[in-house]
Ligand binder design. Structure first.
Ligand code: ASP
Length: 342
């Protein structure tokens, strides 16, 4: 049985590879070769590691769909040459990127693991080394000559999560991510404890397919008490708007005021799709459980169930690019495509 794997390490930027600017004291991305020199431990791993980098590494706050495509193409071009892929990425938008790649890659049979860190790799107290080294080890896990993991994941602070189930929950703690509605896939302690029941089971007879279309004609609206009517009317009237994600209260509840419900109804009648996701960190939308969500269900709002906002944003971009009828869009959105909802 093969124990060593070929891993491709893709560097996009993020704190992991940043240094302090002498003049301003702000953290900025630095060169990949310098980053590698800071991790001599990589040479001690049993896996063979090759690297490729964004020409200009970015802070992930500058992430956008064109960069998702760039990462996806870097992987697609080299898909047959490697057993697993590790993507070094800033933590700020890592959950969005991991979600995006999960939808873009259909029938994935190899691991794509996103990781990064809260402190730069050159910092004495850095969390970067553990995150990076364990991500590589997990990406290299094999059973019967096949990768153990065959989905897009996110590794941070001793846990491997399904990427499209995660959210960044802390800007300070090393445990920066959570996956409230799905258990970790691997817990890293003295041993790597793989939660086999939670893993995505690939269909090995189907070929991997990369979907490159993403439609950004969408809006993300978080409801709050006192939300401004004319602002909302303006957003909904935007020319070209094709989809709205509505972050509602609790199990999918929203105001029952007539103007609000009518506005959503008119927007839907124009062919714009509206998806209901909860602004709670965990739990699920269940329209009809309260009177304050019954009206949403009646007018055709789509249930995001227990999807994260991050995954909902990219799932909407991905499905809108397919030019589906609103009815088909609703059916597919409410179905789990890559394990993003229960
Ligand atoms: N601002 C950084 C980024 O997302 C934060 C990090 O890497 O943790 O690129």
């Amino acid at each position: 049985m093969k124990t060593s794997a070929n891993i491709l390490l893709i560097y996009t930027g993020g704190t992991i590879g940043m240094v302090k600017d002498f003049e301003t004291g702000a953290l900025k991305a630095f060169n990949f070769d310098e980053l590698l020199q800071n991790i001599p431990e990589l040479k001690l791993l049993e896996h063979s590691i090759e690297t490729v980098s964004f020409e200009k590494p970015i802070d992930s706050s500058n992430m956008r769909p064109a960069f998702w495509l760039q990462i996806a193409e870097m992987i697609e071009e080299r898909y047959e040459d490697y057993d697993g892929f590790v993507v070094l990425h800033g933590s700020d938008t890592m959950s969005y990127s991991a979600s995006a790649l999960s939808f873009m890659f259909e029938n994935l049979s190899k691991p794509i693991i996103f990781t990064g860190s809260q402190l730069p790799i050159g910092d004495l107290r850095t969390d970067a080394k553990e995150n990076l080294i364990t991500s590589i080890q997990i990406a290299g896990l094999q059973r019967h000559n096949k990768p153990v993991i065959s989905e897009v994941c996110l590794y941070f602070e001793y846990k491997l999560y399904r990427g499209n189930r995660t959210s960044k929950i802390n800007a300070e703690h090393f445990q920066a991510f959570a996956s409230p509605n799905y258990p970790p896939l691997v817990n890293s302690g003295v041993h790597l404890a793989v939660n086999d029941n939670a893993l995505w089971k690939p269909n090995n007879r189907r070929k991997m397919k990369l979907h490159t279309g993403l439609n950004d004609e969408i809006a993300l609206i978080k409801i709050f008490p006192g939300i401004n009517r004319s602002l909302l009317e303006h957003i909904m009237a935007k020319e070209g708007l094709q989809g709205v994600i509505l972050e509602t209260y609790g199990s999918g509840n929203a105001p029952t005021e007539e103007w609000f419900v009518n506005l959503l109804k008119q927007t839907i009648s124009r062919g714009v799709v509206i998806v209901n996701v909860t602004q709670c960190i965990g739990g699920s939308v269940s329209m009809g459980q309260y009177e304050t969500s019954t009206q949403l269900k009646k007018i055709g709002v789509i249930s995001g169930k227990d999807i994260t906002t991050e995954a909902a944003v990219v799932k909407m971009m991905y499905l809108l690019a397919k030019d589906l009828s609103p009815k088909v869009f609703k059916t597919i959105f409410e179905t789990s495509l890559r394990g993003e909802m229960s």
